[in-house]
Design a protein around this ligand. Structure first.
Ligand SMILES: Nc1ccn([C@@H]2O[C@H](COP(=O)(O)OP(=O)(O)OP(=O)(O)O)[C@@H](O)[C@H]2O)c(=O)n1
Length: 446
């Protein structure tokens, strides 16, 4: 423990300043947890017996962060450190934040109001660890356990249930039995949490190293409340030669198979959510899902609006879901047509999405698909290397050129450009100004 990671000199300086002025000061929370696991902390949070106004007097550069909750940020060497006064939280009214907080002089009281034992450890460079709830042992056991009564912890702040599952998927920790039971019992309280905070935690889970822990969201019933459309997928069997798993398990496998990029992870999570509503079974017992892609797009849009996705990510994800099942023919012309329709960025992502989707299906099916996708990528490279045209901006002729030949400004210009682009996609050698203009003159008798 603490083998490789040094505590920044500024943190040591802040603690010394507090101590020299008669106050206690410790680092606390996520950074102590990270230190104990030999991980580099993202930020360093401190806790102190000094009241916020005293903290402000001790340091030159400070600003109020959450003064009502006792947090002041100190700036040292251009780095920012949050210092929060020891506090006891008052009554929680909305299952998210305490109505008021009371300051205390007792570190242990402060530690005992925190969410999990692994987050309730304080550290002082001279005194070492202060760990009244057994957090160090739990970290060694790779166990996530609530401080005190888990029901009370989750009733106070329902977001903690999602945080617990997020930590489990980031750290590969197991959620301790009573804590897990309490999540199952209190799952419905997640409805009190804002869409933004839910999305933030889901994003972290989707980008975590142990995405298989996503299953905990289903098992605890949290998923039923935050993404019922995805939750339903776990009850839908596919009974199809291409699929060995139910839709939910397939979704999780596809998630793991795609690059750790948020838009791709969300695409995989939502790509089949239309399936539960579009299942039909044929006489051989094989299930079919005709029309599910359109339904997936429709439901995905609703979910992303609900979770307040930014427009750009949302449109990209919708495009990938819409195209995820498309069969791109293995010829350069078809590749160029797809490139024209969805653009380069989406095309490259689509190949990744189709690969992940196939890997997550019956393994026998992926073998053929892998070669096909590689081939499509090769064709794309060739198109790029030869500078072959697939967008209007690559066309050797533009609207102005057409106007100069005597065509009137308006709708017809657009139609002619589309016609020329199609022609050039089929016959790349025609992409020269003179050639294209003479084609136009011929076709439109100019
Ligand atoms: N709902 C919450 C959020 C936070 N905390 C406490 O506040 C500390 C700091 O919270 P935060 O910075 O949000 O999380 P970290 O634990 O630092 O982890 P991460 O930065 O990975 O989110 C936590 O360690 C925990 O002790 C809590 O008790 N309940």
């Amino acid at each position: 423990m603490l083998k490789n990671i040094a505590i920044p000199e500024e943190v040591v300086e802040i603690i010394s300043t507090l101590n020299e002025n008669g106050y206690e000061g410790y680092i606390v929370g996520g950074c102590v947890r990270d230190l104990l696991m030999d991980r580099t902390p993202q930020d360093w949070d401190l806790t102190t017996s000094a009241k916020p106004e005293d903290v402000k007097k001790l340091f030159k550069k400070t600003y109020d962060t959450g003064i009502a909750h006792g947090t002041v940020t100190v700036i040292l060497n251009n780095k920012h450190f949050e210092i929060t006064t020891y506090r006891i939280e008052g009554i929680y009214e909305d299952h998210r934040r305490p109505k008021e907080v009371t300051f205390t002089n007792d570190l242990e009281e402060d530690l005992s109001r925190r969410d999990f034992t692994m987050n309730a450890i304080a550290y002082h460079p001279k005194e070492g660890f202060i760990d009244p709830t057994g957090g160090i042992e739990d970290i060694k056991r790779k166990s996530i356990r609530c401080v005190g009564n888990p029901h009370k912890r989750f009733e106070e702040d329902a977001l903690r249930m999602l945080r617990g599952i997020r930590f489990s998927s980031q750290l590969d920790f197991t959620i301790e039995e009573n804590t897990l039971e309490a999540i199952k019992t209190n799952a419905h309280l997640i409805a009190y949490i804002s869409a933004e905070r839910i999305k933030e935690e889901l994003d972290k889970i989707l980008l975590a190293s142990y995405t298989n822990k996503f299953m905990l969201l289903h098992e605890t019933r949290i998923l039923k409340f935050i993404l019922p459309e995805v939750d339903k997928c776990f009850t839908v069997e596919q009974n199809h030669p291409h699929h060995v798993d139910n839709v939910g398990i397939h979704t999780l496998k596809a998630l793991e198979a795609v690059d750790k990029i948020l838009t791709l992870r969300w695409t995989m999570l939502l790509h089949d959510i239309g399936k539960p509503e579009h299942k039909t079974t044929d006489e051989k017992g094989i299930n079919h899902f005709r029309g599910h892609v359109e339904k997936s797009v429709e439901l995905a849009e609703k979910i992303m609006l609900r979770l307040r996705f930014d427009k750009k990510s949302m449109n990209h994800i919708l495009k990938l879901i819409k195209w995820h099942d498309s069969r791109i023919k293995e010829d350069k012309q078809s590749v160029k047509e797809v490139l024209y329709h969805i653009g380069e960025e989406a095309f490259l992502d689509l190949l990744k999405v189709q690969a992940a989707d196939a890997i997550a299906q019956n393994p026998a099916y992926y073998q053929g698909k892998e070669d096909k996708l590689k081939n499509l990528y090769k064709m794309y490279e060739e198109i790029k290397a030869k500078n072959e045209c697939f967008t209007l901006k690559d066309l050797a002729v533009n609207g102005q050129d057409l106007i100069k030949t005597g065509i009137k400004e308006g709708k017809q210009i657009g139609e002619i450009l589309e016609y020329l682009l199609k022609l050039v996609i089929e016959n790349p050698e025609l992409n020269e100004k003179e050639t294209l203009l003479s084609r136009v003159k011929e076709k439109y008798s100019l």
